[in-house]
Write a protein that binds this ligand. Structure first.
Ligand code: NAD
Ligand code: MG
Length: 379
């Protein structure tokens, strides 16, 4: 290959996806260079990464977390990172709504966003779409389910697709009785059976709010209606999702539960690379693969999120913000597991019709939803 390596910005480089991405990039120095790194507050790990990868730009969000004079500080460092001239691909691996401005800035600047930060697309799908059209940038999903769907849809005509079926591991509480769920502890919720991830998405996987975010994400990424997107529980996390065609033929993408491949594919799509280090696929070793119906009545966050998606406007942003706030309170030991969907439902009932046409309106709805949840639980 003769082209120069492409500069990648990793937003959230100290997190689960961020560190996975650095491992992936390290394996392909002929294709990629690390052009920018940002983190929230973990300056020790960020410093180690800077020593190893020599990025042109380094940013840390929390003021006072670092004394490096050359590092950018504060929330604006994310947008500065994506706008840096050495950056051509942005891996947005920030958790939560905090990633919104960086996604918008990157696609407006005509760059590819490899998007792990699904909350961005959920809260502002139409605005992200508009910014892509205006600036010529694109969103390529990192989420394993959406990476699977992207690969299954390649070369298909939209009118030939009947529906998408997203797989869900079911999380740690898949088989728990409903009454026990109410009082599940933080330690219980952080025991994910198949994936090692950041704390917020791990709790989202336990409530199934993560799957709701993913249904909305799929709606915006692939332009299918909510009636065409379904969820099935698949505890082994080997089939990453299905696409059913109008003639009843069903396509799926499979792989062991590791984020390395979806991260790499989001950077190289539609190209594929050799030497990924992924172990050979052995269907017998991975057997049996099983599927179950979702227990929607026991995991109300899934239904609430899909309803918010259908409602549109600011409702998905309210769903996302209420969930982020409730999860933070749960992780802090201030509310119970069963309070998470209660907080989301009440916030949507009170604020779901808020204006969502602009970035500022969405951020205002986000802020109000967080305050609503804090006040509801007197926190
Ligand atoms: P994590 O908590 O491990 O890492 C989050 C990263 O974001 C950290 O580097 C942190 O410094 C940074 N960050 C946190 N708050 C920030 C803020 N306010 N401003 C700027 N930076 C901030 O989370 P993760 O598991 O790596 O998940 C990151 C994103 O990827 C989430 O949106 C998640 O839903 C998505 N995702 C993760 C996985 C996974 O396997 N971990 C899979 C699919 C999608
Ligand atoms: Mg996923």
């Amino acid at each position: 290959m003769t082209a120069a390596p492409r500069g990648v910005a990793i937003l959230g480089s100290t997190g689960s996806i961020g560190t996975t991405a650095l491992r992936v990039l390290q394996r392909h120095p002929e294709r990629f260079s690390v052009a920018a790194l940002t983190a929230f507050s973990n300056s020790a790990l960020l410093e180690e990464q800077v020593r190893q990868f020599h990025p042109s730009f380094v940013g840390i969000v929390q003021n006072g977390a670092s004394t490096h004079e050359t590092w950018a500080c504060g929330a604006e460092c994310l947008v500065k990172a994506v706008e840096h001239p050495d950056v051509s691909i942005v891996l947005n691996a920030v958790v939560g709504a905090a990633g919104l401005d960086a996604t918008l800035a990157a696609v407006r600047a005509g760059k590819r966003v490899a998007l792990a930060n699904k909350e961005t697309l959920v809260m502002a799908g139409p605005l992200v779409g508009e910014a892509c059209r205006a600036g010529g940038g694109e969103i390529v999903p990192v989420d394993s389910e959406h990476s699977a769907i992207l690969q299954c849809l390649a070369g298909r005509r939209p009118e030939d697709v009947r529906r998408l079926v997203l797989t869900a591991s079911g999380g740690p509480f898949r088989a728990w009785p409903r009454e026990r769920l109410q009082t599940a502890t933080v330690a219980d919720a952080l025991q994910h059976p198949t994936w090692r991830m950041g704390r917020k998405i791990t709790v989202d996987s336990a409530t199934l709010a993560n799957k709701a975010l993913e249904v909305i994400e799929a709606h915006f990424l692939f332009g299918l209606s909510y009636d065409q997107i379904e969820v099935v529980v698949h505890p082994q996390s080997v089939v990453h999702s299905f696409v059913e065609m109008v003639d009843g033929s069903v396509l799926a993408q499979l792989g062991v539960p590791s984020m390395e491949l979806p991260v790499l594919y989001a950077l190289t799509h539609p190209e594929r690379v050799h030497d990924t280090g992924v172990p050979p696929f052995d269907p017998v070793e991975l057997s049996p693969l099983t599927f179950e119906r979702v227990r929607s009545a026991d995991f109300p966050a899934l239904r609430l999120g899909i309803e918010a998606g259908r409602r549109g406007g600011a409702a998905p942003a309210v769903f996302n913000a209420a969930n982020e706030q409730a999860v933070a309170l749960f992780l802090d030991g201030r509310i119970r597991f069963g309070d998470i969907p209660r907080g989301i439902e009440a916030a949507l009932a009170a604020l779901g019709d808020a204006d969502g046409r602009t970035r500022d309106a969405l951020l205002a709805a986000d802020e109000r939803a967080r305050r609503f949840v804090r006040e509801m639980f007197a926190c």
